[in-house]
Design a protein around this ligand. Sequence first.
Ligand SMILES: Nc1ncnc2c1ncn2[C@@H]1O[C@H](COP(=O)(O)OP(=O)(O)OP(=O)(O)O)[C@@H](O)[C@H]1O
Length: 242
Amino acid sequence: MTVAIEVKGISKQFVLRHSRSIKEAFVWVVSGRKGDLSEKFHALKDVNLEVRQGETVALLGFNGSGKSTLLKHISGVMIPDTGTVRTRGRVAGLIEVGAGFHHDLSGRENVYLNGAILGMTEEQINDRFDSIVEFAEIGHFIDTEVKFYSSGMYLRLAFSVAVHTNPEVFLVDEILAVGDEPFQRKCIAKIQELAADGRTLVVVSHDLDLVARICDRGVVLDHGNVTFDGPIQEAVAKLRGQ
Ligand SMILES: Nc1ncnc2c1ncn2[C@@H]1O[C@H](COP(=O)(O)OP(=O)(O)OP(=O)(O)O)[C@@H](O)[C@H]1O
């Protein structure tokens, strides 16, 4: 089967932000700037992941284990220090609510802006506009500037635009949590519809019952390492310490 996502040996380091005293900085400078004043840590360490077209994968792990960082690498918003990430087909998703939205523009204008960022032509957006607004249930707020939207309204519009791009690879971070229950149900149904249609899905969530319903495969991360990759029930059991 065709490979949709190929992550090969990626590592990512971030700087641990410690404030340093002027004295420490001075000593560091006069001692010839030896060593690194800023401490670094690995958010991802030599991560390998191959996802075939049509697979539904959950990235699981405790807080800070590297799930969102890995998802951002798959979406292309982050570049690894080493290693490569390759994806096949249109990638869309919801990684941060409101990313790609401009606060001073109306919902309508943002549909066009965000749609264009996600690779839709103006004609495609024109054709799908009514359906986007209908799915989002934004109603007459569509002409309001999005800075006046609640976080749930942001999510509705962002989710609706993303699913209407007809993505081959759909990425969803925890954010579904900000929607109200009826909208969450609608999003989950839509995600399941995409999966049934053979789209590739990668979901980050702490809601283990939810991911067990949506996904077939679970990848568990711990301190930036993949510690388990297999059937979702086994991944969930591992996380629950069973
Ligand atoms: N831009 C950044 N700069 C510095 N550190 C970062 C950055 N992004 C993430 N980190 C750090 O990398 C580690 C992994 O973060 P990440 O958001 O991927 O974890 P996560 O598994 O998604 O956690 P959570 O379940 O809490 O959402 C954390 O320690 C986090 O503080």
